[in-house]
Design a protein around this ligand. Sequence first.
Ligand SMILES: Nc1ncnc2c1ncn2[C@@H]1O[C@H](COP(=O)(O)OP(=O)(O)OP(=O)(O)O)[C@@H](O)[C@H]1O
Length: 253
Amino acid sequence: MTLEIKEMSKAYGGLTVVDRVSITMEDADIIGVIGPNGAGKSTLFSLVTGFLDGNGGDVVLDGKPLGNASAVERAQAGMVRTFQVPREFAHMTVRENLMAAAPGQGGENLITTFFRPASVARQEKEIAGKVEETIRFLKLGVVADTPAGRLSGGQKKLLELGRALMTGAKLIMLDEPFAGVNPVLIEELSQKIRELNARGIGFLIIEHDLGALSKLVSKLYVMDRGKLIASGEPAAVLSDAAVREAYIGGGAN
Ligand SMILES: Nc1ncnc2c1ncn2[C@@H]1O[C@H](COP(=O)(O)OP(=O)(O)OP(=O)(O)O)[C@@H](O)[C@H]1O
């Protein structure tokens, strides 16, 4: 898969919080987006995935410009995001949360169920199979029947990744996947991301844990006050004087 984020912008009143930001991903890759608090990283993700309308710019996924496509259409095109604060259905179990994330369930439609019960049953079986595969892959078996609201911070992040996988996404955008996650689980989550990437899924990752992120990504993009200020191989970017200055000035960790 290829991704071109072209000159995305967003202003609130007179304040431009994302200012003509362009990011390119050639082939499925793992790319980090970093920057001090308030730099515009989460807003950029919301623009790219259609959760927010922007003031200019476009996203081209696999050569196809997405233009004004809605968040649902972008997800259908294969692009999904997670949020800093996981958005699981707290009262539903892990298994039910994964089930609910599967797209295009004919069973939702009464008429389809009535006239084509065999195809609906087949689809449900396929989804159930994918749910179990995802539970196994993410090692969520012991909590599969636990209400998602009772999971630890790290388990919730794994569930978020699982919900993204259930959509069949080819590009997954993770917003602070390591926040509130213990070091052992960070390593496990990183390994899962690598394995998924080897299967052709691209990742864009916002993260403040620069140590863990640098081990995972091939490239970092740095935002500060809405603008891209640096990009390139992690070691070079992190030793860049402008990047260090932005972090000291912005007061981020
Ligand atoms: N709805 C809104 N109205 C006005 N300003 C907003 C709105 N949403 C975000 N902002 C501003 O946009 C800027 C960028 O915010 P954003 O959350 O994208 O930053 P971030 O880089 O993701 O920060 P963090 O690392 O703290 O999550 C901030 O100054 C924020 O206050």
